[in-house]
Design a protein around this ligand. Structure first.
Ligand code: ZN
Ligand code: ZN
Length: 419
């Protein structure tokens, strides 16, 4: 480990109790996407207390803390802050019992089932270390707390609110996510690291009639059912074996009563891809199949296809990624740094690097009890461990909390270390 990095991280053990308290507090007070005012307030106060220039309300609840420390590279570290409409079922004594009103006006339970509370605590920890040990580094740090990752709105909202005009362009953009994996380890690779995701809503139109008189109808139930089956051939018949894609129909709705043929059906689907050409091909195939099935049924009008949200492909810059990996191997021992291919999860983190024209690196930090993980692996039951978005998901606090702060600091110091 380099001398400046050692100086920077020397104070971390003393910070852990405070970070643990903040983590538990944020965990117990989760907020839905684009409603993160309490969490943003905690982040902003923490940055201000540590001497950062703080800007709040960027893209609604986004927060940026800027710390200038002489000549040197500009490094941006990012954490997302939002929680999910999920009822937590972890049994932890700091579990969430919170509820909130979602954008459709419905009251929903809320929980940090994706671990963004951990991301906030990590970035708070890193912010504090860099502020306290300014002799260990040079340059400018941008600590960015982002809203609305789960709805693909937050990065976009901050960019649209002038992020690029209000802050210096970073030399590198760094981000991390807690995932299933032995706590105390980090994992990543160069190239695509999380998939592109496209969600579509499809309305298919038929003609309603009495259930006893199908001849008077154009049945949207059969039309939609046949569409769903045919969509399964996109990946199996149109994507090469060496490429990858996922097409999942998550919503299929039609009708209200068993003896009424409805006049329309609703499909909502989600597409994951790791390559822009594959993405275009899959989306074109979906459009072609949906239209052709409607035509085959004699639909009175063409289906309505509406994009719901879109996550860009998140690609780790090769050079920057190699630099982070080398720093990780030097700090953590090599057995704690794992190589992992792209995850089928999606992230709007990629927007910052791509649109700001800066290299970006995103990696995963294990959050599973190492013994539990080893046991599940030995028994071939890794798929049974609670994953992100499960009501049972919650990272173990130690050493996850410490590892994430160390990873952020180590990666940033690969650019900023002062000799
Ligand atoms: Zn998530
Ligand atoms: Zn997440």
């Amino acid at each position: 480990m380099s001398e400046p990095l050692r100086r920077l991280l020397a104070g971390l053990p003393d910070l852990l109790p405070m970070l643990e308290a903040s983590y538990k507090d944020i965990h117990a007070h989760p907020e839905l996407s684009m409603q993160e005012s309490r969490t943003a307030g905690i982040a902003a106060q923490h940055l201000a207390d540590n001497g950062y220039e703080v800007t709040t309300g960027i893209g609604k609840t986004g927060v940026v803390g800027l710390l200038r420390n002489g000549e040197g590279p500009t490094v941006m570290l990012r954490a997302d802050m939002d929680a999910l409409p999920i009822r937590e079922d972890t049994g932890l004594d700091y579990a969430s019992t919170a509820t909130a009103v979602d954008p459709s006006g419905k009251a929903v339970p809320v929980a940090h089932s994706c671990g963004h509370d951990m991301h906030v605590a990590w970035l708070m920890g890193a912010s504090m270390l860099f502020a306290r040990h300014q002799d260990a580094w040079r340059g400018t740090l941008i600590m960015l707390f982002q809203p609305g990752e789960e709805t693909a709105q937050g990065a976009r909202a901050m960019i649209d609110d002038g992020l690029f005009e209000r802050f210096p362009r970073p030399d590198v953009v760094l981000g991390q996510h807690v995932m299933v994996g032995p706590a105390g380890t980090v994992a990543g690779s160069a190239g695509p690291i999380t998939s592109a995701a496209d969600s579509l809503q499809i309305r298919m139109f038929g003609r309603g009639a009495h259930g006893s008189m199908p001849q008077a109808s154009i049945d949207p139930v059969v039309m939609a059912a046949s569409t769903v089956l045919r969509l399964q051939t996109v990946v199996s018949r149109e994507v090469a074996a060496t490429e990858a894609a996922v097409v999942t129909v998550g919503v299929l709705q039609a009708g209200t009563k068993e003896n009424v043929i409805p006049d329309e059906a609703l499909i909502k689907l989600n597409v994951r891809t790791f390559d822009e050409d594959v993405r275009k091909r899959v989306l074109a195939a979906i459009e072609r199949i949906v239209n052709a099935e409607a035509q085959a049924s004699g639909a009175p009008r063409p289906p309505e296809i509406t994009p719901l949200d879109r996550y860009p492909l998140n690609v780790n810059d090769r050079q920057a990624s190699d630099r982070v990996a080398a720093a990780f191997r030097a700090y953590f021992s090599a057995d704690r740094v794992h190589h992992t291919g792209p995850a089928p999860a999606s992230e709007d983190f990629g927007c910052f690097g791509t649109e700001w024209n800066a290299p970006s690196v995103f990696w995963f930090v294990g959050g599973t009890d190492p013994e539990l993980h080893a046991k599940a692996k030995a028994e071939g039951r890794l798929n049974e461990l609670p994953v992100n978005h499960s009501p049972h998901f919650a990272p173990v606090l130690h050493p996850t909390l410490q590892t994430g702060v160390e990873a952020m600091a180590t990666a940033a110091m690969a650019w900023n270390a002062a000799g």
